[in-house]
Design a protein around this ligand. Structure first.
Ligand code: FES
Ligand code: FES
Length: 171
């Protein structure tokens, strides 16, 4: 009978990380966020609870947000991973980042990368979300500093700006 002792301890993974292909040997039990922070030197995704509750470790896997502390690095093999660094570099977060600054929606910043990725998915997938839906959407991302109101204000600002821009673009 095969036991866990017989399973390989390391595995080579090939991922598309922030648009760049990468091949690395990883420990089979390394979590994706640990690989990103320690193996790829991308420190923007944070580790808080380490069991899927706080959202600080949020990254995109094949375009959808996941908890980096609940996904193994080997599960990302052959897939695309985007972190706050990559999405900042591409400009995908620029509107949200400007709104967060304007609304003072960050203090220590520990939650901010996860909050931005969650907010980005919201504005892309739910462009007509109302304030209650915004609150519900980010309820899986904990912030210990801001009291959430400024974060919700910032996301609502972006939703409103996008609606206004879309209306202005109509013939
Ligand atoms: Fe992953 Fe908290 S560190 S959800
Ligand atoms: Fe400090 Fe959110 S700004 S935890």
């Amino acid at each position: 009978m095969q036991t866990t002792m017989d399973l390989p301890q390391t595995q080579t993974i090939r991922i598309m990380l922030n648009g760049q292909s990468m091949e690395r040997e990883v420990q089979a039990r390394t979590h994706l966020v640990d690989f990103l922070r320690d193996g790829a030197e991308l420190k923007g995704s944070h580790l808080g609870c380490e069991h899927g509750v706080c959202g600080a470790c949020t990254v995109q896997l094949d375009g959808q947000i996941v908890r980096g502390c609940l996904v193994l690095a080997v599960q990302a093999d052959g897939r695309s991973v985007n972190t706050v660094e990559g999405l900042t570099g591409s400009g995908a977060l620029a509107q949200l980042q400007a709104a967060f600054i304007k609304r003072n929606a960050l203090q220590c910043g520990f939650c901010t990368s996860g909050m931005l990725l969650a907010a980005h998915e919201l504005v892309e997938q739910r462009p007509l979300a109302n304030r209650e839906e915004v609150r519900e959407w980010i309820s899986g991302n904990y912030c210990r500093c801001t009291g959430y109101q400024a974060i919700v204000d910032a996301i609502c600002d972006v939703l409103a700006e996008r609606i206004k821009a879309a209306q202005g673009a109509q013939p």
